[in-house]
Design a protein around this ligand. Structure first.
Ligand code: TXA
Ligand code: MG
Length: 338
C-alpha cells in the first residue's frame, strides 16, 4: 500500500485534506493525525474491521485496548454506559486536553477496541487538526500512538512514516506535537479514581480537580498480562531500536566504556552542567532542558533523531527526581527496560 502524506496547517487546517482524511476513515481506512500529545493512528471506532487494521499496522497485541477520541462531551457520554461523577469533574477541568478517562463502556463499542474488557478509554484531544478530523468524520476514532508496538511514540509525521509507511492509507502532517508525551490515563470506572499512566497532567492537578486523593497504580506489574490494570503499562514500552541506559552524573565513564566496542553513541544530557566538557569523537550529544515540560517536548524527538543518526547505544543522564518529572522517569525507565 502506498501511504499518502498531506501537509496541513496545524492551527487552521485546510478543509480539503481534512475532508479527504475523513472519507478515508469512513471507508474503513487508517489515518495518522497529530494531537497535542503525540501522533495518533486513527480508524472508525465503531467498525471492527477498521480497528483490526490498526492492530495489524502496529503489530499491537490484541489484549492492549485503544483510546477512543471524540469531539465533545456529549459524544463521550454516549460511549459510556454510566458517566461517573469523577469523570464529570475531570472532563470539565481538563477536556479538551491530554487526559484519558477510563469509564464503563457502552454496547455500541466493539469488543476489539477494549480488548474484550468492560471499560473504554476516552479522550477529547486539544488539537485543531484532530478536532476538525473528528467533526468531519462524524464518528469516534480509535487511535493509539502512531508507532510500531513497544517503540517510541511519533511526535512528527516523519516518525510516523519511518515506522508505518506502506501499512496505512494516509498521514496528516501537522508538524511537531506540542506536549511530546502521551496523555495521562485515569480509571474512573471504580469506586476510587486510579492513575494508570503518568502523563502531561500530574497527580497533584488531578487531586485538586477531584477534591480527593488519587490512587497511583503500581506499574511494572510483570511481563505478562494477567491482572495488569492497563496493558500499556508493560515494563518494556516506548523503546528505541537500540539499547538505552540511564546514568547518574556526567556519563563520561559510561561513554568511554561504550566507545571501546561501539563507534557511535548518543548522549542525552539534562540542563548542561553534567555534560562532557568537549565534543567527543563518536558521541552525538543532545542537551535537553532542566525543566520537565520543555524536556518532555523534546524527549521522543531526540530518541528518534539519535535512531536516525545510526547510534548503536543511547545513554541518558538521569533527570532530577522532582515533582513534575514523574512521566519522564516512567518513560525513560521503560525505554531502558531490558
Ligand atoms: O496521548 C495519547 O494518549 C495518545 C494520543 C494519540 O491520544 N494515545 C496513546 O494511545 O498513547 P496508546 O494506545 O499508545 O496508549 C493507550 C494507553 C495504553 O496504556 C492502554 O493500555 C491504555 O491506554 N488503555 C486503553 N484502554 C484502556 C482501558 N479500557 N482500561 C485501561 N487502560 C486502557
Ligand atoms: Mg503507545
Amino acid at each position: 500500500m502506498n501511504t499518502e502524506i498531506l501537509v496541513v496547517d496545524p492551527h487552521h487546517p485546510q478543509p480539503e485534506p481534512i475532508a479527504h482524511a475523513a472519507a478515508v476513515l469512513r471507508a474503513g481506512g487508517v489515518v495518522a493525525f497529530p494531537t497535542e500529545t503525540v501522533y495518533g493512528l486513527g480508524a472508525d471506532a465503531l467498525s471492527e474491521s477498521a480497528v483490526s487494521r490498526i492492530f495489524a499496522a502496529k503489530g499491537r497485541p490484541a489484549n492492549n485496548p485503544l483510546i477512543v477520541h471524540i469531539a465533545d462531551l456529549d459524544a463521550a457520554r454516549r460511549l459510556a454506559s454510566h458517566w461517573p461523577a469523577a469523570a464529570e469533574k475531570l472532563a470539565s477541568a481538563f477536556w479538551p486536553g491530554p487526559l484519558t478517562l477510563v469509564v464503563p463502556k457502552a454496547d455500541s463499542i466493539p469488543a476489539i477496541v477494549t480488548a474484550g474488557g468492560p471499560t473504554v478509554a476516552l479522550r477529547i484531544p486539544d488539537h485543531p487538526v484532530a478536532r476538525a478530523l473528528l467533526l468531519a468524520a462524524q464518528r469516534p476514532l480509535a487511535a493509539p500512538s502512531a508507532n510500531l508496538s513497544t517503540r517510541v511514540s511519533a511526535v512528527r509525521a516523519e516518525h510516523v512514516a519511518a515506522g508505518l509507511s506502506c501499512r496505512i492509507e494516509l498521514i496528516l502532517d501537522g508538524g511537531p506535537t506540542a506536549c511530546g508525551l502521551e496523555s495521562t490515563v485515569v480509571d474512573v470506572s471504580g469506586p476510587r479514581p486510579r492513575l494508570l499512566r503518568h502523563g502531561v497532567i500530574g497527580a497533584a492537578e488531578l487531586t485538586a480537580a477531584l477534591g480527593e486523593d488519587i490512587e497511583i497504580v503500581e506499574r511494572h506489574a510483570g511481563d505478562h498480562d494477567v491482572g495488569i490494570a492497563s496493558p500499556g503499562m508493560h515494563r518494556k514500552h516506548y523503546s528505541p531500536a537500540v539499547p538505552l541506559d540511564i546514568v547518574d552524573g556526567s556519563g563520561a565513564a559510561d561513554l568511554a566504556e561504550l566507545l571501546r566496542t561501539k563507534s557511535k553513541i548518543g548522549w542525552v544530557s539534562c540542563g548542561g552542567d553534567a555534560s562532557p566538557t568537549a565534543p567527543r569523537e563518536g558521541v552525538v550529544q543532545i542537551c535537553l532542558a532542566d525543566e520537565p515540560e520543555a524536556y518532555a517536548r523534546r524527549l521522543y524527538d531526540t530518541l528518534h533523531t539519535l535512531e536516525a543518526a545510526g547510534v548503536e547505544h543511547i545513554v541518558v543522564e538521569r533527570p532530577p527526581r522532582a515533582p513534575g518529572w514523574e512521566a519522564i522517569h516512567d518513560r525513560l525507565t521503560r525505554a531502558a527496560a531490558k
